[in-house]
Design a protein around this ligand. Structure first.
Ligand SMILES: Cc1ncc(COP(=O)(O)O)c(C=O)c1O
Length: 243
């Protein structure tokens, strides 16, 4: 199929997410290898972004292809209640790689589905319903994860599922120009503590964050923020139990 026909059929029969229908001009991609993607005219592009930061190992890596082909030959599908070698190996490997006592995993097909299940787990475990997340965040395009998302992609889905509270990120504001990164962390954690007190620790199930914010600007946390947030979460958990 040539590039023009590929584009025409894609635009005529499929919807592109986060884009105004009729204004999309997709690149017709034929194949990819290593760091390169190629369009239907054979033009080569360097994929600096590994697509959505998701093909970090490079396109069509021979080891990945060989493993996929071997699995296809052996077993393509079984129902979720079975045990398989692939599931066993991946679960064990993740347990070995992740720190501390994080050693049990639930497999999903993508980010939004993972977050949907994490919301259900947090609510089910704590018996509380409020979920905190930050304004500068994207957490997925399903109903609950759109409400979890803080950025304006949430707006068209409102009003959505209730119980989602958004908070400001640890970034400098007008009043804090000249503040050191440590001071910004401290102020933001004080502000968060206040939000938690006003929202009632006994009704907060979890806070969701991107450790390094992705599509909202690729923002690394300021020094001490993640440690401080963990301490605050443990304190909030304690408050929720003793009150
Ligand atoms: C931080 C973050 N969370 C969740 C998602 C949603 O993932 P998916 O598109 O696989 O549902 C994304 C997707 O870009 C993301 O960047």
């Amino acid at each position: 199929m040539n590039g023009e026909e590929m584009k025409r059929l894609c635009l005529e029969h499929t919807l592109y997410p986060w884009a105004a229908t009729g204004k999309v001009n997709p690149l017709p991609i034929e194949r990819a290898e290593g760091i390169y993607i190629y369009d239907t005219d054979g033009k080569r592009y360097i994929d600096f972004n590994s697509q959505l930061m998701s093909v970090n190992i490079g396109h069509s890596h021979p080891k990945v292809i060989a493993a996929m082909k071997a699995q296809l030959d052996k077993l393509i599908y079984v129902y979720p209640g079975t045990a398989t070698e692939a599931r066993a190996r991946l679960g064990k490997k993740l347990a070995d790689l992740t720190p501390g006592n994080i050693n049990t995993f639930f497999f999903t097909l993508g980010g939004a589905e993972a977050n949907e299940n994490a919301i259900k787990a947090a609510r089910g475990y704590t018996g509380r319903f409020k979920i905190l997340s930050r304004y500068r965040s994207y957490h997925g395009a399903t109903n609950a994860t759109m409400m979890l998302t803080g950025d304006p992609r949430r707006w068209p889905s409102e009003p959505g599922a209730p119980g989602f509270i958004h908070v400001m990120d640890p970034v400098p504001y007008n009043y804090s120009f000249g503040a050191t990164p440590e001071e910004i962390t401290k102020k933001n954690l004080e502000y968060l503590e206040e939000v938690i007190m006003y929202e009632n620790p006994q009704s907060i199930a979890a806070m969701f964050i991107e450790t390094v914010t992705g599509t909202n600007g690729v923002l690394a946390p300021p020094p001490g923020y993640l440690k401080g947030l963990k301490a605050l979460a443990l304190e909030a958990r304690h408050l929720a139990r003793v009150r």
